[in-house]
Structures are given as structure tokens and as C-alpha cells.
Design a protein around this ligand. Structure first.
Ligand code: IPM
Ligand code: MG
Length: 386
């Protein structure tokens, strides 16, 4: 037992030192790229697992159509990157194989299909989630997830901190077998300030006033306490026009399903795990996790993906072709907007709205509904009519 405690303490010291080092690199990594100044923008595409190749095939087709002129002129390249599959990751014992990571780092932005994460505690080799590893390796600190239900006046944008909290050491907890296990949650000053700033800049540029800081600072006093305090201090110092509200995550989960108040919320800023959970809830209110897009934005890199997972069950049941590509296509729209192609993004958004209203499309996710290809064909038809 003493030996186990000694080892765990030593491990904790290593973790602390590593995290302090991480904050030292943070400022440099947070500097944004000027996409307009690039000779050529390289968009990488990684299919991922399960339904990933099926939905990515359609999302790529949509990008190729919308950017056809720019691709022809050599201003944009869409580059497929192979190998981000569960089989390859398990075989290499790495959440992102080295050659895949190197190829990704040669791109400017990435469209990524869902990747399967083996669950812990099963005795199988514990491989870190490829998503989490990518967010860390590329320092994608802001997870931006918009959710809108126009007929109910809902227009929410979630700014989920994406590189720390419960995730950064999620695969590096300590365990004294048969007795206890301990995971760590990390909140840094710089990491909190940069996500808060990203949320506030978004609010300012888009005429939003209401910003909800969502934590569980009554329980997680050190980490969430710091998060809430730094968010508030930054707003008081530099964004006095914003109206900040502090909420706890549990009551905010209830608020989102309370029609009496939910439409007053506009922007949310929150630590990683709460953001993970509540954005699934929010996406469900919009029509399901299959409908929401997700941007993972850093300075040098940005990655766009669906909110949902790889749906291995759909593949096992042989109904992968019925997957709804709306979420990853929404990620296309966010990608286009992020790199400054607003016109293409608007076109895509308008076509997606038409698809939502189109009664001939019925995305049920099973053989009674429309296929992924049918959805994309319809979408491309709306785009070409435009
Ligand atoms: C998400 C997903 C990921 C997360 C998983 C796949 C690791 O749920 O992007 O919300 O927990 O962040
Ligand atoms: Mg999630």
C-alpha cells in the first residue's frame, strides 16, 4: 500500500509539472491564422469509424461542390487522410498514429468523422479517445456548438472549453487496485481566460448580450470556482456591455427543457465535461444529436465534426447507409464560415433549411427512412437551384 501511495504521489508530481509546461506554450499556440493571406487552404478529411466513412463521403461531396471554383483555381485543396480508424489505432497502440497526426498537421483545417473510443474498466487496452487527443495535440481550445430552434426563439451558442477540465488527464488517473481510483480535473487561468474571451468576442460580434457561465462551483470549488471567477473578471474588465449570469450545471440542464425561460439564453461558456453533456441535451431539443455541428477551434488549427458518435450499432445492423449526414454537413458550414467563405456557408445553410422542411426526406436512421445519399442529393439539388 505504501508503495502504491508513493507511486501515485510521484505520478501526481509529473502531471502537475506537465500541466504547468502546457500553460507556458498556450499563448503562442492561441495565435490565429489569417486564412485570407494563404496561397492555398488545405482542408483535411478523416473519415473515422462506424458511420464515419458514409457521412464523410457526403460531407466531402458537398464541400467539393461548393468550393469547385476555388479548387479548380488551386486556392483550396481537399486532402483525404487515411488511417484514423479504430483498427489502425488499436494495432499501433496510439490514439492518433504518428503518420496520421503528421498529415493532419500539414493541413489548415480538418473535417473529421466520428471516431470510436474504447470504454475504460473493461480490461481491454485503454486507448485515449482520438477526439480528445486531437483537441490536445492541435490545441483546439474552443468547442463551439450552435443550437437553434427558430420557431421557439431558441438561438444558443455553446462555448465549451475543450482542452482541459476532466479531459486533459482523463486517461491518466491513479488507481490503488481493489481500493480506490482517482481522476484529475485541471483548470488553468490562461485556459479559462481564452475560452471566455472567445465566447465574449462571439457575443460582441453577433449582437448577443446574455452570457451564462455554467459550472458546479458550489462543489468543485477549486477548479470551477476559478473558472467562474476568471470568466466574470474578464467580462468586467473588457466586456462591460455583456450581461453575465452564473448558473450551476444541474439547474441549467433543467432550464434547457423549460419553455418558460429557455429562449432568453444566448451564449454559454462552460468547462469541458459539462459542455459535453449539455450540448447533447441541447442538440436533442433541436431535433437530435444527428442535427448539430461542432467546431473545435484553436489558433493554428481548427477541426469540424458531428456532435454524435460513430453509431457502431447502425453498422452491425447493416443500416449505416441510413445515417443522417446533417450534423457533419452542419460542420461543413461551420468550417466554411471559419475560413471566411461566408457566401458558400450561407448557401449551404439555406439548402439545409430546405432539406429540414422537405417532407420527401425522412431521416429516421433505419430502413423506413431516407438514406444518407438521398439527403445529400437533395441538398446538392437545392444548392444548384440557388
Ligand atoms: C463530443 C464527444 C466526445 C467528447 C467523445 C467522443 C470523446 O462526446 O465531442 O462531445 O466527450 O468530447
Ligand atoms: Mg459529447
Amino acid at each position: 500500500m505504501n508503495e502504491s501511495i508513493k507511486n501515485a504521489t510521484a505520478q501526481f508530481e509529473t502531471l502537475l509539472r506537465e500541466q504547468i509546461e502546457r500553460t507556458k506554450r498556450m499563448e503562442e499556440l492561441s495565435k490565429p491564422v489569417d486564412y485570407a493571406a494563404l496561397d492555398k487552404l488545405v482542408i483535411g478529411v478523416c473519415d473515422g469509424d462506424g458511420i464515419g466513412p458514409i457521412i464523410c463521403r457526403e460531407a466531402t461531396r458537398v464541400l467539393e461542390t461548393l468550393l469547385a471554383d476555388k479548387i479548380a483555381a488551386g486556392k483550396v485543396e481537399i486532402r483525404r487522410i487515411e488511417g484514423l480508424t479504430l483498427e489502425n489505432r488499436m494495432a499501433q497502440g496510439k490514439s492518433i498514429p504518428d503518420d496520421v497526426l503528421a498529415a493532419i498537421k500539414e493541413c489548415h483545417v480538418l473535417l473529421k468523422g466520428p471516431t470510436t473510443t474504447p470504454k475504460g474498466g473493461t480490461g481491454a487496452k485503454e486507448l485515449e479517445s482520438a477526439n480528445v487527443a486531437l483537441r490536445r495535440e492541435l490545441d483546439l481550445f474552443a468547442n463551439v456548438r450552435p443550437v437553434a430552434v427558430p420557431e421557439e426563439g431558441i438561438d444558443w451558442t455553446f462555448y465549451r472549453e475543450n482542452t482541459e477540465g476532466e479531459y486533459v488527464l482523463g486517461s491518466r488517473g491513479v488507481e490503488i487496485p481493489g481500493v480506490l481510483a482517482c481522476d484529475f480535473k485541471v483548470t488553468t487561468d490562461l485556459g479559462t481566460e481564452r475560452i471566455a474571451r472567445a465566447a465574449y468576442e462571439f457575443a460582441r460580434k453577433n449582437g448577443k448580450k446574455n452570457v451564462a457561465i455554467v459550472t458546479k462551483a458550489n462543489i468543485m470549488k477549486k477548479t470551477d470556482g476559478k473558472f467562474a471567477r476568471i470568466c466574470r473578471e474578464l467580462a468586467e474588465r473588457e466586456y462591460p456591455e455583456l450581461v453575465l449570469e452564473d448558473w450551476y450545471i444541474d439547474i441549467m440542464a433543467a432550464n434547457l427543457v423549460n419553455p418558460a425561460i429557455r429562449s432568453k439564453f444566448e451564449v454559454f461558456v462552460l468547462p469541458n465535461l459539462y459542455g459535453d453533456i449539455i450540448t447533447d441535451e441541447a442538440a436533442q431539443i433541436q431535433g437530435g444529436v444527428g442535427t448539430a455541428g461542432s467546431a473545435n477551434v484553436g489558433g493554428r488549427y481548427a477541426m469540424f465534426e458531428a456532435v454524435h458518435g460513430s453509431a457502431p450499432r447502425m453498422i452491425e445492423e447493416g443500416i449505416g447507409e441510413y445515417a443522417n449526414p446533417a450534423s457533419i454537413i452542419k460542420a461543413d458550414e461551420m468550417l466554411l464560415r471559419h475560413v471566411g467563405f461566408a457566401e458558400a456557408a450561407d448557401k449551404l445553410a439555406a439548402a439545409m433549411q430546405k432539406c429540414t422542411a422537405d417532407k420527401s426526406l425522412n431521416m429516421t436512421g433505419d430502413k423506413n427512412g431516407s438514406t444518407c445519399r438521398e439527403y445529400a442529393n437533395k441538398l446538392l439539388a437545392y444548392i444548384s437551384e440557388d
